[in-house]
Design a protein. Sequence first.
Length: 201
Amino acid sequence: MTSAGAFGFGGGGGRIAVTWSSSAFTGNYDCRGGTAPYGQGQTGTLSLPEGAGLALTVNSGYRVGLAPGAHTFGAVTVAFGAELFFHGDSNTGAGCSITAAGCTVTGTITASSDGYAPGQGAGGGGSAQAGTHGGRGGNNSDAAYGSVSAPVTLGGGGDDGWGGGAIKIDVGAGTLTVNGVVASDGGAGGWSSYPDCGAGG
């Protein structure tokens, strides 16, 4: 976990990778970014052995992230007050997906501000333009893009803000229960004269 700062922005969370042939661990992993007056650092990544028989549970008060790409688990549970972050890759355009036997969300699954970097992507905004994705960004003439029914593309970066990432959750014949938040918002503009936001994922 990254320490909180007194000024400026919080640092990003780190990376935790764990492998085992057998495990009796019953504790928690935490990859949260640091907090500071001008914004919290992004959640880092957690890499665990995966498979249809292995459950992923994010307990209340904890934040973990998954790297871009496809992941397979048994049951996935994100408790109230917990966060599971889906990272995107601005260089390749890859988002993050989960295949699971079931998924229960009373906390937050998010890919907000982890799409294309400012000005990048199919809907990237130029000077004084916000990013485009499912809808056109402000002052941006780029056409909306991506699938309506099965979106996997990242949001375009605005002149000064990151686009939203991609979230795909496939539970097959299982049950997806959401009594929390699933979000892929575009990032807010920053410090330029025209702080234009990124597009949502």
